[in-house]
Design a protein around this ligand. Structure first.
Ligand code: ZN
Length: 550
């Protein structure tokens, strides 16, 4: 009996030890923890942490999504029990992959620290259960090059907490969260290829910090927005997961979370309208919706101190992981249904169904009730005009309009597929990089479809992300056309149907035409002085009616 009690006590203490170690080794203490939150981790600090923790657990695999412009490996980390070392093994396990991405904007540094804290707690601490039913993939320092360009004052709204941060842009001076369609950076190419297409995450979480609006929430969130994608993953994320987690963190951590947005005090006070960001798939989180998967944007509140932002982000990601771990089967099922619906729509409704290609932001029906915000008071300036200054006091506004829905302003017919003439190889390569399947015609084929005649081609006056962005106006004309052997065909009945549609439609507000992929062709065809047919043809079916003899 005594022996039994002894062994029971021993095993109990072992379990407790495994769940909550008395201490982590000094090598696993993070830069903010060691610096009273005055500093954030450098690339070297992150790599040292990863190498240390890798030697301490059998449930971690570390790889690289590729090299940054400055030649740094961008590490990804897989946490799994049993361990998986490849995307193939992950697929075989049947468990969903959840992808957590941090530091896309290297001035917004909480996510980087939080992913390392979670690795510590999942591998060696009290969160080991989070890998029971899912596989976690993390990129703790996505923007490696921006991270180490430490300087003071790069994030004024963070108020010197930490004292220095990295910069927003990558080594090419580009914003990685505007690169989802043009894919000009090694980071996007590496992430799309080696994370999205390889591991096929069912849930993607992108970790940020807000840029300054004085709302009254510890953290704000957004789902991947619903515009040209399937509604299932959006509705589940927006109406089930996010409200549930918001309740959990309130109950468990005294944290107040709410939907993401900004207000503009020039519209008057008290606040009436709260605006989210655009729907465009250039933002990673939005693109995930077009890929029939779930996604969440996390924005810690810039004006809180660094340690508070770490706490909010940590609790949020921990709750997302807990939710996905407990509801793995349901999440997979909803995403699979969305993918099936996207393919079926092409098979059954090509040539009949119209889908949006340009959208505007509109208010949700319900708005936001009991909206928290720092209060502003009016004061008279010397010139007699009135202005507003924020107070340090939080108020509740009964209801604000929440601009977070998207209504199409231009739509186009969903085709059965696209024909890309031979010679447009760079377009084909780009689509394949996105994950699309593109084949080559083995024989001359006649199609029924339509062409788009560009009557007006405009370019932006100012550069954005190195581009004078383009837009085309014109009209579709029904057409029976012949494609030649060697031309490329995109059969749209494939999982990425909605993404391909948005990328290839000529009037899309965030497609390949927008990002100047067709400028050279259109210029050589004389678009400055005449109408030009968009070179990519849409087909609804192969043409089976015999040609009339002339
Ligand atoms: Zn950001």
């Amino acid at each position: 009996m005594k022996k039994l009690v002894c062994s029971f006590v021993f095993s109990l203490s072992f379990v407790l030890h495994a769940q909550q170690p008395a201490s982590f080794p000094a090598a696993l203490m993070l830069t903010p923890e060691k610096s009273n939150f005055e500093k954030t981790s450098s690339y070297g600090d992150v790599m040292q942490f990863l190498n240390t923790i890798k030697a301490m657990s059998p449930y971690i695999h570390i790889g690289s999504i590729g090299k940054s412009t400055m030649g740094k490996d961008i590490p990804y980390v897989v946490l799994a029990n049993p361990m998986v070392a490849s995307a193939e093994q992950a697929k075989q396990s049947g468990k969903p992959v959840v992808y957590i991405q941090a530091n896309i904007h290297a001035g917004e540094v909480e996510g980087k620290e939080v992913t390392m804290m979670l690795m510590r707690d999942i591998l060696l601490g009290n969160l080991q259960h989070l890998v029971a039913h899912q596989i976690i993939v993390m990129v703790p320092i996505y923007n490696t090059d921006g991270n180490d360009q430490f300087a003071k004052g790069l994030r004024p709204s963070q108020e010197n907490s930490p004292l220095e941060t990295g910069i927003r842009e990558n080594g090419q001076g580009l914003d990685l969260n505007r690169d989802g369609i043009k894919m000009e950076t090694p980071e996007t190419k590496g992430m799309v290829t080696n994370i999205l297409n390889a591991w096929d995450p069912q849930m993607v979480v992108d970790l940020h910090t807000t840029n300054g609006t004085w709302h009254g929430y510890d953290l704000t969130w957004a789902p991947g927005y619903l515009y040209a994608g399937e509604p299932g993953p959006y509705h589940y994320t927006n109406s089930t997961i996010l409200p549930y987690i918001t309740d959990q963190v309130k109950k468990n951590n005294d944290l107040l979370f709410g939907p993401f947005g900004d207000f503009n005090t020039r519209e008057g006070w008290p606040v009436k309208n709260f605006y989210t960001y655009n729907h465009h798939p250039r933002y990673i989180i939005n693109q995930i919706g077009l890929r029939n998967r779930m996604s969440i944007l996390s924005e810690s509140f810039a004006h809180e101190r660094f340690y508070q932002r770490i706490n909010s982000t940590y609790q949020f990601v921990k709750e997302i992981l807990a939710y996905c771990n407990s509801n793995a089967a349901e999440i997979i099922q909803i995403n699979q249904q969305a993918e099936k619906n996207a393919i079926e729509a092409v098979r059954n409704n090509a040539g009949n169904l119209r889908k949006g290609v340009r959208f505007k932001m509109v208010p949700t029906a319900e708005g936001i009730r009991n909206f928290r915000t720092y209060d502003y008071i009016p004061f008279k300036k010397e010139d007699g005009s009135t202005s507003l200054l924020k107070t340090g006091r939080i108020i509740h506004v009964d209801k604000v309009n929440y601009y977070a829905n998207f209504k199409d302003t231009v739509s186009a017919l969903l085709p059965r597929g696209y024909i890309i003439p031979a010679g447009f190889d760079s377009i084909v390569q780009h689509l394949r990089l996105m994950g699309a399947t593109v084949t080559q015609l083995e024989k001359k084929t006649e199609f029924k479809g339509e062409k788009f005649v560009i009557e007006k081609f405009s370019k932006a006056a100012r550069k954005f992300e190195g581009h004078l962005m383009a837009s085309a106006e014109g009209s579709f004309v029904p057409e029976i056309f012949t494609a030649n052997k060697g031309d490329y065909m995109v059969d749209l009945a494939q999982p990425l149907a909605n993404l391909i549609f948005y990328a290839l439609e000529p009037q899309s507000d965030d497609g390949l035409l927008t990002w100047n992929f067709f400028d050279h062709y259109l210029n050589t065809q004389g678009i400055a002085t005449q109408s030009v047919t968009y070179p990519i043809m849409k087909f609804f079916s192969t043409n089976t009616t015999p040609k009339k003899r002339k």
